[in-house]
Design a protein around this ligand. Structure first.
Ligand SMILES: [Zn+2]
Length: 414
């Protein structure tokens, strides 16, 4: 097994050398193996593209392209080389299918082993995996890496929160892998069961699959008396934990640049934006076999923090933690915002359950004290830029989620 430390702390020149070599190989490879890319690249001399900068000459790939490729039209290998598939995509329309060869499963595992190393997760850990085992990528991704380090794995999968807590208690779970909103649901149910989650012995939480704010992290870390890490990743790039991991000094996400190229573009024009400027993340996978994806528009919103060596010693580039998704962006009276902008403010007032209703203006319904209402509205006006309608409801009145939380509701305007 490759030593993750060697790659995590590689020198920039070695990272870039490896990146450029893999980029050239990948472009040539998809051009030869995939009719989709041969068509997309027909006006381009791909041999003239040898680094991340020059990648801009290539058109962007969209989720719609991947949908149209159902079931395996974008695959660069025949079925005999495919060892599994995972699925991405919304609840409507054609699913997006990502095939994996043995190499790809190994690559997935390798990226997660880097993440585990940075989080200090080892063979002595008891790892409870709460994302589903199935076509969605979460469960298996964590499993491959946890299994590889010979940790004690609890592959419990999604749902049944009371059972999750019982297992955490009875087996002494030290690492909890989950969607970002799930730990607080666990804490809530534990309280009903008369259990204080801070006493359970969970030391680390690996949280992903949805954007979550620093304010939410603060609450989770306090409630669990543990450290919460942001683990990004998307099926199109191979799944959870593949693209990078959170900086140990919390300066953002370090992208594994020897495996992925990240660009930030203007979501409207598709043009690159300057470092530091917010935009949509575009990913290129350069170390995958069944279905490398070139310049994929992820819908995620972030910005480049730095391309230089980080104070933590890592020389892979740094981007901001994902703030939201282009689909979740709301424009109201000329003000652009993401649910996470509201979440930050609500969490800072101790509110952890809420719903944002868009349409007929904007209304925020939250569980909690009415006395905080005016101050919350004032903070939203000051920090986000508009004044929403607000309603405080009793604790327990809003819907609870065991997977990704659906906090944003678009209601019919009328
Ligand atoms: Zn760092």
């Amino acid at each position: 097994m490759p030593n993750p430390e060697k790659y995590v702390y590689a020198r920039k020149k070695d990272i870039i050398r490896s990146q450029e070599k893999r980029l050239r190989n990948t472009l040539r490879y998809v051009y030869e193996k995939s009719p989709f890319y041969r068509r997309a690249f027909k006006e381009i001399n791909i041999d003239s593209i040898g680094n991340a900068e020059e990648l801009e000459k290539i058109p962007l790939t969209t989720k719609q392209d991947l949908r149209k490729a159902y079931p395996l039209k974008m695959s660069c290998v025949g079925k005999e080389k495919i060892v599994r598939i995972q699925m991405s995509g919304g609840t409507t329309g054609q699913p997006v299918i990502i095939p994996y060869t043995r190499h790809d499963v190994e690559q997935w595992k390798e990226m997660l082993l880097r993440d585990f190393m940075l989080a200090g997760i080892g063979s002595g850990d008891i790892i409870q995996i709460t994302p589903a085992f199935g076509l969605w990528n979460g469960g298996f991704g964590f499993h491959f890496a946890a299994d590889a380090i010979n940790a004690f794995v609890i592959p419990i999968g999604a749902g049944n929160t009371r059972n999750q807590i019982k297992f955490m208690k009875d087996f002494g779970t030290t690492v909890l892998c989950a969607t970002a909103s799930y730990p607080l649901r666990i804490a809530e149910v534990a309280e009903e069961m008369g259990i204080d989650v801070s006493q359970l012995g969970v030391e680390k939480l690996l949280l992903g699959a949805e954007p979550w704010s620093e304010e939410m992290r603060k609450v989770i870390e306090e409630v669990f008396d543990a450290t919460a890490f942001d683990i990004p990743g998307l099926t199109e790039m191979g799944g959870v934990g593949t693209i990078g991991f959170e900086c140990p000094k919390r300066n953002g996400i370090h992208i594994w640049e020897d495996n992925y190229i990240v660009e930030i573009v203007d979501p409207e024009t598709g043009e690159r934006v300057a470092d530091g400027e917010e935009g949509e993340v575009v990913y290129t996978s350069i170390n995958r076999e069944a279905m490398p994806v070139i310049r994929y528009r992820s819908g995620e919103i972030s910005a480049v923090v730095s391309r230089e060596r980080c104070e933590c010693g890592i020389e892979h580039m740094t981007i901001r933690r994902i703030k939201g998704r282009t689909d979740d962006m709301v424009i109201y009276k000329g003000v652009k915002f993401y649910p996470s902008d509201i979440e930050r403010i609500l969490f800072s007032h101790g509110v952890t359950n809420y719903r944002i209703e868009v349409g007929n203006g904007i209304k925020i319904v939250y569980e909690g004290d009415e006395t905080a209402l005016n101050q919350i509205r004032k903070d939203i006006r000051e920090f986000v830029g508009f004044s929403p309608r607000m309603e405080a409801v009793r604790f327990g009145e809003l819907e609870r989620f065991e997977g990704k939380a659906k906090r944003l509701v678009r209601v019919q305007e009328g």
